[in-house]
Write a protein that binds this ligand. Sequence first.
Ligand code: GLV
Ligand code: GLV
Length: 309
Amino acid sequence: GRGREYRVACTIGQWDSDEPVTRQELLKGIAGAHGLYCMLTDKIDEEILQAAGPNLKIISTLSVGFDHLSLDEIKKRGIRVGYTPDVLTAATAELTVALLLATSRRLMEAVEEVKNGGWSAWKPLWLCGFGLQESTVGIVGLGRIGLAIAERLKPFGVKRFLYTGRQPRPEPAAKVQAEYVPLNTLASQSDFIILSCSFTPDTQGMCNKDFFAKMKKTAILINSSRGAVVNQEDLYQALTTGQIAAAGMDVTVPEPLPTNHPLLSLKNCVVLPHIGSATYATRNAMSVLAANNLLAGLKGEPMPSELKM
Ligand code: GLV
Ligand code: GLV
């Protein structure tokens, strides 16, 4: 679309592959650049900023998350940051609902049974799971995506929404009649817990042993935020000892998760490869927004989506 316009506006050094750029290539390629268009796989820290030099004034990331950016270092240098909220909200909420249903209704296990001959007959209790009707859903982080998830789950007959976060958010909460509760209350009263918070020092390792101990044995944890919000060793314990029923993770530590990781051996754990925003339309909208953020920033204009720092 606007490719020509971008090329006229600036000289582009481009990593021309669907694979993430290597650290070495990035360090080399960024020297002297005025702007950087990056992905969540690129850790933009002091070393990268040093390699860029003083020209660098704009960073545009193809993501809504920005935990891969060392904001303190970036701010210190007066660099502005663009990101891609809103355009990925619907796709990410939709994937989160898909992951929740896949986990709660045991879809991966069920498909496997059909393929491996485990389907011997229709049986009353075989492959039973947990339904959303009359359930309590707890949302950690009622931001744009958290609200969109709640709005999509409401028609399934959810009885009660709980949420927690840094502070109450009366406006989105009113749209789904969600109650603001402390994390402990959310942990102990929810049938489904959905993590849609950002990754910060506050949320790092938030879902740990203590958290799982408070959850119902029949409860299900879904994570579409960042892997490090969950302590994966503690999650493994909780899943194997029956402390919680199941977990669905679209994000892990590390990414990719090694194929021999213990969590992948569990039937009650569904792991997806960080595909929350992966629809064609959404990824297209994200890349256009990220390009427009970069261009506006380079021209010294307000960005369509600039991160407030
Ligand atoms: C995806 O995780 C994003 O931050 O856009
Ligand atoms: C299920 O197929 C039913 O008929 O109850």
